[in-house]
Design a binder for this molecule. Structure first.
Ligand code: C5J
Length: 223
């Protein structure tokens, strides 16, 4: 692996050290990306997210080839829902609620088929999978300790959805001192305007939350 690499990014080139960088793949779960899961119960068209799968698959291949740290996350709850705040459980008027039985098992419940990561992006043995009850990947998880134990200082952020769990995690990471590069073709939103504005918000004001680039630019910089 090279010692330092630079990616063409917004608002400025992003320089990182692969040995202190981790790829974060956020919540690429059937419950968000396939019909019959949590995303669809909220009234969303899940096909909007699926364009992020192929570039993320290519990205995973490139990161695995150079030995970059790769961490996956999954949003979901314990079967007894004891880690699901009532406000999250009762909010809105979904067709089914978290914990209800759906075509892919109980909605957003750990251990259910729908809660797991889509086949194309299945974690390899040895790649940590962080189960998180919230939107942010740091809240109530071991992510902070895991990154510290590996000396990680910069995060390459991908996953769904751009304006919810990706944004929340990037904001949490900023407050903890991490540098974040978000790969625009490897994140997805159910709402095209949220995708556009969500990415703009990261790189605006001189990179208030971090940098934004396309995955081929990042992959090129890794090699
Ligand atoms: C949502 C997520 N959108 N992973 N979760 O509820 O972004």
């Amino acid at each position: 692996m090279t010692t330092h690499a630079t990616v063409d990014a917004m608002p400025s080139p992003y320089t990182f050290d692969p040995s202190t960088t981790a790829l974060l793949v956020i919540d690429m779960q059937r419950d968000f990306l396939e019909p019959g899961g949590f995303g669809e119960t909220l009234g969303n068209d899940v096909h909007q997210l699926r364009s992020a799968i192929a570039p993320t698959e290519a990205l995973l291949g490139a990161c695995r080839a150079v030995g970059l740290t790769i961490i996956h996350t999954r949003e979901g709850h314990l079967p007894d829902l004891s880690d699901c705040p009532p406000a999250k459980l009762h909010r809105g008027a979904p067709s089914m609620r978290i914990g209800d039985p759906g075509p892919k098992g109980r909605i957003l419940i750990r251990g259910e088929y729908g809660h797991d990561i889509v086949d194309e992006l299945a974690p390899l043995p040895g790649e940590p999978v962080i189960d998180k009850p919230g939107k942010g990947a740091f809240y109530a998880t071991e992510l902070g300790e895991l990154l510290a134990s590996r000396g990680v200082r910069s995060l390459i952020v991908t996953g769904v959805t751009t304006e919810v769990c990706v944004h929340t995690t990037v904001r949490e990471a900023n407050d903890r001192g991490y540098e974040c590069l978000v790969l625009s073709d490897c994140v997805g939103s159910y709402f095209p305007e949220f995708q556009r504005v969500g990415l703009q918000m990261i790189a605006a004001q001189g990179g208030i939350f971090g940098w934004v680039a396309k995955s081929p630019a990042f992959i090129g910089a890794l090699q």
